[in-house]
Design a protein. Sequence first.
Length: 349
Amino acid sequence: MWIRPAARFRGFTLVELLVVIAIISTLAALLMPAVQSAREASRRNSCANNLRQIGLAALNYESAHSKFPPGFLGSDDPNDFGALSGPQGNNQWNGVFVDLLPFLEEQPLYDLATRTLNIGVNAHDRNYWDDANALDAARKKLSLLLCPTMPNIPPDVQTIDRIYGEMQYPDFSLHAAGQDASKGLALTHYQAVAGVYGRVGGQWARAGVSIDHGLIGIYSVRSRTTAAQISDGLSKMLMFGEAPGAIGSSIQVNSSSAGSEFPYGVAWFGAATLPTSLGLNSAKENGTTNPGASFRVHWSHFGSLHSGDIVQFVNADGSVHGISKTIDQSLFEALSTIRGGEIVDVGSL
């Protein structure tokens, strides 16, 4: 009887196994940047889509009301733009995103926010954080207002809900205040564009141009901007952009605290409106008020964490553009004014 000999299998030697592992590791190292780049491209596209939806909501609001929603219901007293109340009553300090809720398919949330709070542009009511229903609405997270490139975490210290400018020409200061992060206000990573400075009082002018007339944006304190007023052209006018707060490393909030990476976020319910005069380069804030801090984004600047130092904006025609943080400042400012009369080539962005 013939018996078939047993098959003999030769295994890997240790050297061969190490060579295979080295090859696989090399291939993985080569592929990882491509995978990460693809993921970031997807996140950036999602972020652009968020901005596009916000822009369309604003345009639909304008179509329905013949004007864009007010930037925020803060103080329009030229002597104190940060006032919580004035002769007319309290300032609500809610912002543009509240008015846009019905156009973002968030009608029930709008109904909750306005159940006991009057947010008419000419109305004065309690500060929104003193209204139980409005505060409840302000704690609701809206995924459309969050960029997927941003970490999905709350800020360490404070959620900013009031931002306003103060001019003592030629010096401009931007001020912010807000609620302790423990109050749980939901965040936005996008803010409305206020123009070069925002509204700072009609007595101020730059190079012979009234700031409140020629250098204003679509959204400012108790604004009532119509599409017809945007004489510079809808396609050449920034409407909303990325602006998530303060992000970086070793950011000191007081002399006794350890450095934070994300001390300040921005409340979507509040006055999420920024001027462009401070530019897109947050790095210039390094070493000023925070000696050891390194800012990737500063709360007073539009900015993002996208690769390539790109910050995305939606224009008043609904188109979305990525703008480099190294953009010429005069061009960036020109894109933020509704009637500055500047010549702007949007195709060069």
